[in-house]
Design a protein around this ligand. Sequence first.
Ligand code: CP
Length: 310
Amino acid sequence: HRHLTGIEGLEPHEIAFLLDEAENWIAANRERGVPDKRLAGLTQINAFFENSTRTLLSFEIAGKRLGADVVNMHAAQSSVKKGETLIDTAMTLNAMRADVIVIRHMSSGAVRLIADKVDCPVLNAGDGRHEHPTQALLDALTIRRRRGTIHNQRVVICGDVLHSRVARSNILALTALAAEVRVCAPSTLMPPAIERMGVTPFTDFDAALDGADVVMMLRLQTERMSGGYVPSSREYHLRYGLTLERLARAKPDALVMHPGPMNRGVEIDSNVADHAERSAITEQVEMGVAVRMACLDVLTRRARRVEGWA
Ligand code: CP
C-alpha cells in the first residue's frame, strides 16, 4: 500500500495532484451535500496518541462525508496506558481489518513504523517534530486559492521552527512548489543547517517580514522543550509576536496564517488573528476537511480497485 507519512518523497506533481483533488470537495462541503459516498463499506481508524482538535475532527468529518465507518482511538482511553507497545497496538488495529489508519503520535518516526507493519494505507496526522503532511497540504491549498499561485510567493514561517512538524512539512511542500520560503526564530529555536532545506533563516522578525506575501505563525511548543530554554511569553511577544504594526512590513495584501492551536497575545495578536481581510486561519480549517477527503480517497483507491494516484 502507498502511505502518506510525509511530504518528503512526494514529487511536486503529486502534491499538486492532491491539491487539485481537494478543490473538488470544497463546493460540496460548503453546500453541506457530498452525495458521493465512495468510501462506503471501508473502516477508517483514527489512532491519536497525542491531543488534537482540528486534525482529529477533520479526519473524522472527512471520512464520514465520504461514507466510511470512522472509529476513533484516543490513547488516553486505550491500553497504551497499560504498557502496550506501539507495534502491538499496530498489530491489533491491523487484526481488526482497518482499511485505512490515521495516526498522530508524539514520537518522530512512529507513523512510519506502524505503516511498515499493517496491511492498509496509513496517513500521518503529525508525528513528533517530524512531519504533518495534511497540514502542509491544507496550507498550500489555502495559499494557492488566496494568492492565486504558490510559485514565487514569499512565505515567512515564524516561531518555534525547531520543534515544529508543521514547519518541516510546509518547508518541504512550499519549496517543492517553488515558493520563496523564509524561516524566522530565536536562534535557540532554529534547527541547525536549515539553509539546506532551501530556505533563508532570520532571527530578526521585522527583517524577515519585508515584502512578505504570506506570514505563517507557529506556537511555542513547550511540551517538546523539556530541559531546553523556554522564552517567557512577554519577551517572546516583544520580538516574535505578530502585531498589526509588524504586519505593515509585509505586502499590503499579505495573508496571515496559523495552523492552530493559537496562543493569542503570545505569537499573534487578536486583532491580527481575527482580521477580516488578512487572516486565513478559519479558511485553513475549512481546507483541512477538503484536503483530508482527498487524501483518504486517493490513498484507498488501490483497495477500492480504482486507479491510483499519478
Ligand atoms: N493544526 C493542528 O494540527 O491542530 P490540532 O493539534 O488541533 O490537530
